[in-house]
Design a protein around this ligand. Structure first.
Ligand code: SDX
Length: 431
């Protein structure tokens, strides 16, 4: 016999309402409140969406209590160890791991689209040299809708596919050129004989004056960092992309909105803020002072790279990132890196502290990533652009899923209005 559909009963004053309960593949049931306002003339109230599902999705699942992250069902630690970024891109975009032929064709397609329209070079030159690379990325990605008109009609599946490949392929070039522009070096063009991560490293660190050999240790680490940042359910920037897309805006404008949201220090900007914090702490003996400040409600200071809206256990990405940091710094001969020492001691002391244990605050993806990126030669201002580069495939995958959803409609939250009741205008003489 089919399971009896589950319902939730809500009593308001002397009226009782029954709301459907929907069951997921994994995670908590959800109460379907789509008809609540029409039936009961009430809204729900959930600033920050701590208890609210904004959509259904098949792409990524996080179990915050277990510290588990799945992409199309595959655990992130297996993908980080056994897969590589463009294969994970294929998985996120199309739902299954590719065959050898599918993967080869996909990689060739992305590789052939890594160059930018040459006239876009002028955009970079319009910025001040000291512009933050995230400001440049936000501007240049938004400007892509002025150059790629043949992939802005979101009602055309082919144009959606073209825009998806263009964005995934061109983000490394845009990020690398934002870096080159900020240090006054000439742009380095992508090469089709290099893999995705190696191409990015070469565009960042090669100069025309000499040959550049990509260090395989660094390109493997770079590729793994991309994989660890690829997608993460309905985080703030992904929700921004979904909401922007719900109005029918073109994909380049929506991804630019996601980049802007990711920039914040509470979100993707935390990797830059975390390394700056570790440097400010400087030595292990100063850690207790900063832990006390993080616990002091009167002090706005928080431990950057710690805590998460969903994870109430170790962020599985942080575990892989920590292993990668040990490996990369060891292979580069800088294992006694003082910043890494401070980070590991800070993690140890914080995880022993009752405040952090009680609030279930653990290192997140941003805690160790900056240490690796710093060791690879990136300035802290490039940390969030690298996060944005990697998260583009997640934003695009979620965007495609939303556009294809027959339930898709413009997102328009309501509010709890606590302002003035209606009142008449008074002339300035009467005020
Ligand atoms: C990312 O959503 C995602 O999935 C994001 C992300 C992704 O891949 O897209 O995972 C990427 O953004 C990771 C998070 C990077 N941000 C940081 O590392 C910044 C430092 N972390 C905090 O700002 C905070 O933990 C957040 C923003 C990450 C989460 O904030 P929440 O869920 O709103 O939790 P909260 O701020 O309400 O904190 C709960 C309690 C509070 O204390 P009380 O009010 O209950 O007394 O924990 C405290 C907070 O004060 N707290 C911290 C803390 N983080 C939370 N105290 C000290 N240091 C911290 N880092």
């Amino acid at each position: 016999m089919a399971d009896t559909p589950k319902t939730a009963k809500l009593t308001i004053a002397d009226k009782e309402f029954e709301l459907p309960v929907l069951s997921p593949t994994a995670g908590p049931d959800v109460i379907d409140i789509r008809k609540l306002y029409a039936q009961a003339d009430v809204f729900t109230y959930d600033p920050g969406f701590t208890s609210t599902a904004s959509c259904d999705s098949t792409i990524t699942f996080i179990d915050g209590d277990k510290g588990e992250l799945l992409h199309r069902g595959y655990p992130i630690d297996q993908l980080a160890e056994k897969s590589h970024f463009l294969e994970v891109c294929y998985l996120l975009l199309y739902g299954e791991l590719p065959s050898a032929t599918e993967l080869e064709d996909f990689e060739a397609l992305v590789t052939k689209h890594t160059m930018l329209h040459e006239q876009m070079v002028m955009f970079f030159r319009g910025f001040r040299r000291d512009a933050h690379p995230m400001a440049i990325m936000t501007g240049v990605v938004g400007a892509m809708s002025a150059f790629y008109h043949d992939s802005t009609d979101i009602s055309d599946p082919h144009q959606r596919e073209v825009a998806s490949i263009r964005l995934i392929a061109k983000m490394p070039t845009i990020a690398a050129w934002a870096y080159k522009f900020s240090i006054g070096q000439p742009f380095v063009y992508p090469r089709n004989d290099l893999d995705y991560a190696s191409n990015f490293l070469r565009m960042c660190f090669a100069v025309p004056a000499e040959d550049y050999e990509v260090n395989p240790i660094l390109s493997r680490a770079m590729d793994r960092i991309f994989t660890l940042h690829a997608d993460h359910e309905q985080n703030a920037s992904t929700s921004t992309v979904r909401l922007a897309s719900s109005s029918g805006a073109n994909p380049f404008a929506c991804i630019a909105a996601g980049i802007a949201c990711l920039w914040g220090p509470a979100h993707g900007g935390a990797n830059q803020a975390c390394l700056e914090m570790l440097r400010e702490i400087g030595t292990v003996d100063r850690i207790p002072e900063f832990i006390e400040r993080a616990k002091d409600k009167s002090d706005p200071f928080r431990l950057m790279g710690f805590g998460h809206r969903v994870y109430k256990n170790f962020d599985p990405r942080a575990k892989v990132m920590k292993q990668s940091a040990d490996e990369v710094l060891g292979l580069l001969g800088i294992e006694n890196n003082p910043t890494l020492q401070v980070a590991m001691e800070l993690e140890r002391l914080a995880l022993e502290d009752p405040y952090f244990k009680e609030k279930k605050l653990y290192p997140n993806v941003d805690f160790y990533s900056g240490i690796i990126l710093d060791a690879m030669g990136f300035p802290t201002a490039m940390f969030t652009p690298i996060f944005a580069l990697a998260r583009t495939v997640g934003w695009i995958s979620q965007w495609k899923e939303m556009i294809a959803d027959p339930q898709n409609k413009i997102g328009r939250p309501r509010q709890l209005y606590i302002g003035e009741n209606a009142r008449d205008y008074t002339d300035v003489e009467q005020r």
